[in-house]
Design a protein around this ligand. Structure first.
Ligand SMILES: *[C@@H]1O[C@H](CO)[C@@H](O)[C@H](O)[C@H]1NC(C)=O
Ligand SMILES: *[C@@H]1O[C@H](CO)[C@@H](O)[C@H](O)[C@H]1NC(C)=O
Ligand SMILES: *[C@@H]1O[C@H](CO)[C@@H](O)[C@H](O)[C@H]1NC(C)=O
Ligand SMILES: *[C@@H]1O[C@H](CO)[C@@H](O)[C@H](O)[C@H]1NC(C)=O
Ligand SMILES: [Zn+2]
Ligand SMILES: [Zn+2]
Length: 252
């Protein structure tokens, strides 16, 4: 056994305290956005939103000259229908597709490299899409990605799930910036070869703050258990720091 003098014990205690307790306080902060304004969903300046009378009805279009060979319009349409549906389920907003590209609120297209808006795409992987905040409705997808609309394509190296990216980009189009919550759809990084399509509680809290609550929205059973496990995580985290703190002050 190593013998610690009183001073050594003090140093070790402080070391462990900073090592364990400080991360612990951070993990509390991410779970309760009352503590830190930055650790959750975020809005654009002045809470930019689609300023229409509720219930808001937005129309979207797939720009015909900006579709890609590798995906059928039917597949693209289905992915976006689902993606829009996920947001429409939680706020009072509906989305309808239109063929009238000149008068659509939201314009969706695939673009390659430098496409004239000052934000060139970077080829496969890296940036897969970008969009503009309300009320411009610009939604650009990188035409060079290996877009997946089914499980088999998603297994290919470097494949990116179209619906996952669509859900994220629609979040921007509606007024959400990136969130710091890892399981949020609005977290800046969408995983490669994986689907991330379910809105997290953080996404829902954010979008409902902008547009209000859809009275038909009922959180599923998964919802409850995931917020519960987040709570458990905080408790466990705190528990460990307390235990270590107590161990260090006890005489060896
Ligand atoms: C929203 O629209 C209304 C009516 O069109 C207008 O009076 C108001 O200034 C707008 N609000 C913002 C924040 O643009
Ligand atoms: C889409 O919605 C906007 C705003 O409500 C409207 O002005 C426009 O005519 C609509 N476009 C089509 C093609 O329905
Ligand atoms: C698109 O399809 C062509 C031919 O099927 C293939 O060679 C090419 O790699 C594909 N590109 C992407 C980005 O998926
Ligand atoms: C999304 O949620 C559904 C049911 O709520 C669940 O079955 C599915 O596994 C979830 N998908 C992902 C990718 O987490
Ligand atoms: Zn662009
Ligand atoms: Zn983003």
């Amino acid at each position: 056994m190593v013998q610690f003098s009183g001073y050594h014990k003090m140093y070790v205690f402080l070391f462990i305290f900073f090592l364990v307790f400080l991360p612990a306080t951070r993990c509390i902060a991410t779970n309760d956005h009352k503590f830190h304004a930055t650790t959750h969903y975020a809005f654009y300046e002045n809470m930019r939103r689609w300023n229409r009378t509720s219930p808001i009805k937005l129309n979207y279009t797939f720009l015909p000259e900006h579709m890609i060979q590798n995906l059928s319009l039917a597949d693209i349409r289905l992915s976006f229908q689902r993606a829009f549906g996920r947001w429409a389920a939680v706020i009072l907003m509906t989305f309808v597709e239109t063929n009238d590209a000149n008068h659509a609120d939201i314009k969706i297209g695939f673009y390659f490299g430098d496409h004239g808006d000052g934000v060139p795409f970077d080829g496969p992987l890296g940036q897969a899409a970008h969009s503009s905040p309300p009320e411009s409705g610009i939604l650009h997808l990188d035409g060079s990605e290996l877009w997946a609309v089914d499980e088999n394509t998603l297994k290919l190296e470097g494949a990116v799930d179209l619906e996952s990216v669509a859900v994220h980009e629609i979040g921007h189009v509606l007024g959400l910036r990136h969130s710091t919550v890892k399981n949020a759809v609005m977290f800046p990084y969408t995983p490669i070869q994986k689907r991330k399509v379910n809105l997290s509680k953080d996404d829902v809290d954010g979008i409902q703050q902008l547009y209000g609550v859809n009275p038909n929205f009922k959180p599923g059973p998964n919802w409850e258990s995931s917020s519960c496990s987040m709570f458990m995580e905080t408790r466990t985290c705190l528990g460990w720091s307390m235990l270590l703190a107590i161990m260090m002050v006890l005489p060896f």
